[in-house]
Design a protein. Structure first.
Lengths: 473, 473
């Protein structure tokens, strides 16, 4: 079929397809504690997000301090209940902005690091070694030595071959590091991460650590991976961890001091885009289904659910309850940051909906390619969202599309859009592809504080040899 | 089916599936002018790629000057033939390393830029405005003013709404800028890029530019997009461009001075990974099919094909042949750069093949997710590639896999791998996700020159407020 005919068929089918799809309640600003100002601006604590661009440029990351404080409190809530404490180590890779990390550490939360760089950063930020957990499949020999030398809280080996590296560092430095093993539960990620519980590989590694003689077998670590939303899912993987800890006790005579349940709790307002939804969205501009926030276990419940299950298990066996670690990433910061973008240009499109070209695309919001992120018209909140737009980023790549079907008011150049839940994986996946990276500010009450300044042109080539040798040829 | 059973079934089917697939000739180092040293190291002009890591660290981008010079010559070859010249503007976004750009400019090649930053960079590198073409859907108002004020060679409007922006800059600055229109051919990209020829939108925009009174209607620009490999494909889109240029002549009385054929020529040794191949590779570790390099039109042929067609068309109509522009990106630099990576760790896997954890993953080689890139065992070229590995990057993300089925010799920690054709889109899509970005060196004869030094930990947080305010709370 020639392109024109195909497009006409799609355009004709679009309204029918969109009509047939189940209606889903839109996510409202109140989910994020946002309000709408009289002139239609989206605001947090009385500050217009769009107006922040005047001082800090666009695009702009805005960290909402009050919301971050809220998530921190939720993670720590159980610690006021006089029961087993939840010990929290924030996943640096999710949002490695030093200002964000400092804020988190100020509440006594530790650092979960996965590289030599992140270990360095934690130490730079004043995190003491006893508040650092070192994970990941790619620890350099130098970083393992450094971690062992400093006596960090816990080093989780990702796979069996890593044990020898830690052992050798321990022997050389005459240290007895606390070591855990990353186990892969029967559902969830495996691949390069951890050792399957089911095949016995996780147990074998725990045994090897124990028998090394120089390593202190301390912990079992387990991530489900992906986005965990329900108690049932959580309980299933906790059960597997407990069973393995029991086996360690029975067969090795070791009572693991720490059970580390990793991360994986979902951000309630973010969801993976399913393949069908993606296709319907591209072909017929069907809106993506927004997740139902209430369907995700709240942070406090999630923590309680794990702690209760572990406590109950050990109480039933009359054994001392181990320390319980969590390593949240997206659940901690995901919904505490907003990426404010600006409409640079509009491009009419017939018969399909038109394009809004934004100053933020996959260069700074790569996650929006595969995840649903609510996008608000931050300067036109009072207007009916009766128009459909495709939202493209600026980088001249056909994949640079943030939405194929955004329902928005009629836009004008200069309008601001708020891309929600930009607090996990937006910053680490950001590139300087043809455009400098945005500033990051923190909004605390009505006070705005710069955490990271916007990249300048000079910064992008700061590491380059700019000499004249070739130009003068 | 439980995971264990599923894996056993896959493992049993794997050899059968791999046997059934058509055999494809492997790509050999000679395709890139590489040789193998007596001790089995992959080398260029007598220099071991793996050995470069000792001085410059790993991962490491190695630009092969001689190959880049070769591609430049191929693009310019027609200019020695006494016929219409090919004017080449290198696509900055494909590989924005200043040292690479300088090298290219030294041959008289111009700059194709798509952002305010790239325009700035071209000027910084000493490119004169008459050697700059400004494209893209996201030109800021300031950058349009700047470009118009400087009198750049050509500004191609991406969509109709941009015309007013250029017009306004022209009036304000009392300039008459040379303007082209980006047209979308009937096959290839459209979306946010350009105006369809078929619907008449491209012509309408050309007319609007012409009738503005202050803009010099100069050019028609057209990209096919994707990866063009055959003369037939090229001829089809050139034909569309010529037909539109004819219409401009007939209906507007304007002989376009420039036809700009954009980029899109494929790198012969790179191909998009098809969905089926991807699945067979993930599920059964079937090797990805390597492209047949000879199936891609060589650069020289591609240029000749376009120039001859244009010349013949104008000659047949007894009209003066317009200037012919090309804006190559991947065809120019794609196969002139190698990413050298190191095996950080090995992770056995039963029953599936094991993992090699590399210090380079999607953080620096994002393209390898969707494109076939040959990977050589740069320190074990003499050994039989009888082992199968999955190659993971370091960043603790399940998507960080560079290959699900690499056939390699048995690897050891510290081995080097050469990820080929890293010269287009590897650098611009690179992130500092948990790991600093690599150095870029240029190998010219036996001389190695640093183009961009490796990122240091301090560089990653150079724009951050590192103050103590929160740590002391």
């Amino acid at each position: 079929m020639p392109r024109g005919a195909k497009q006409r068929v799609k355009a004709a089918l679009g309204p029918i397809v969109r009509q047939l799809l189940p209606r889903r309640a839109a996510l409202e600003p109140a989910h994020w504690g946002l309000t709408v100002m009289p002139r239609g601006h989206l605001a947090f604590e009385g500050v217009s997000l769009a107006a922040l661009r005047e001082d800090w440029g666009s695009p702009l990351h805005v960290v909402l301090a009050e919301r971050l404080r809220g998530n921190i409190s939720e993670f720590l809530a159980i610690n006021d209940a006089g029961r087993t404490r939840a010990e929290i180590y924030y996943s640096y890779k999710s949002n490695p902005i030093p200002g964000v990390l400092r804020f988190i550490h100020a509440s006594g939360i530790g650092a979960e690091v996965i590289s030599e760089y992140e270990l360095w950063l934690a130490l730079q930020l004043g995190v003491t070694p006893d508040r650092i957990v070192f994970n990941g499949p790619a620890k350099s020999v130098a970083s393992v030595r450094d971690a062992v030398g400093r006596g960090i809280m816990l080093l989780n080996v990702n796979h069996r071959e890593e044990i020898a590296v830690v052992e050798s560092a321990a022997r050389e430095l005459c240290k007895r590091p606390r070591v855990g093993v990353r186990a892969a539960p029967s559902a969830g990620w495996s691949g390069q991460f951890g050792l399957p519980i089911g095949t016995g590989e996780a147990f074998a590694a725990l045994k090897e650590v124990h028998e090394s003689g120089v390593l202190e077998l301390t912990a079992l670590q387990c991530h489900v991976g992906g986005m965990v939303r329900c108690a049932h899912h959580v309980q299933g993987y906790v059960r597997e961890v407990l069973a393995l800890a029991d086996r360690v006790k029975t067969e090795l005579g070791v009572e693991l001091a720490i059970l580390d349940f990793g991360g994986s709790l979902a951000t309630p307002t973010v969801a993976q885009i399913g393949e069908l939804d993606r296709r319907l969205s591209i072909t017929f501009q069907a809106p993506l289904p927004a997740p139902v926030p209430e369907a995700t276990l709240p942070i406090r419940e999630y923590v309680r659910c794990v702690v209760e299950q572990v406590e109950a298990h050990y109480a039933a066996n009359a054994r001392p309850c181990p320390r319980i670690f969590f390593e949240p990433g997206r659940a901690m910061t995901g919904n505490t940051q907003i990426l404010v973008a600006t409409v640079l240009s509009l491009k009419a499109g017939e018969p399909k909906p038109g394009w809004a070209i934004l100053d933020a695309g996959i260069n700074v919001a790569e996650c929006a390619r595969t995840e649903f992120h609510q996008i608000f018209p931050a300067t036109r909140m009072h207007e009916t969202r009766a128009h459909r737009y495709r939202l493209a980023g600026p980088i001249c790549s056909p994949g640079d599309v943030l939405s194929w079907s955004a329902c928005l008011p009629e836009l004008a150049v200069g309008d601001a859009l708020a891309i929600m839940d930009a607090g996990a994986y937006f910053v680490p996946f950001a590139t300087s592809f043809s455009f400098p990276q945005p500033a990051v500010v923190m909004l605390e009450g009505a006070k705005v504080r710069l955490l990271r300044r916007a990249e300048r042109f000079e910064d992008i080539v700061a590491l380059d040899e700019m000499g004249e040798q070739y130009a003068s040829n």
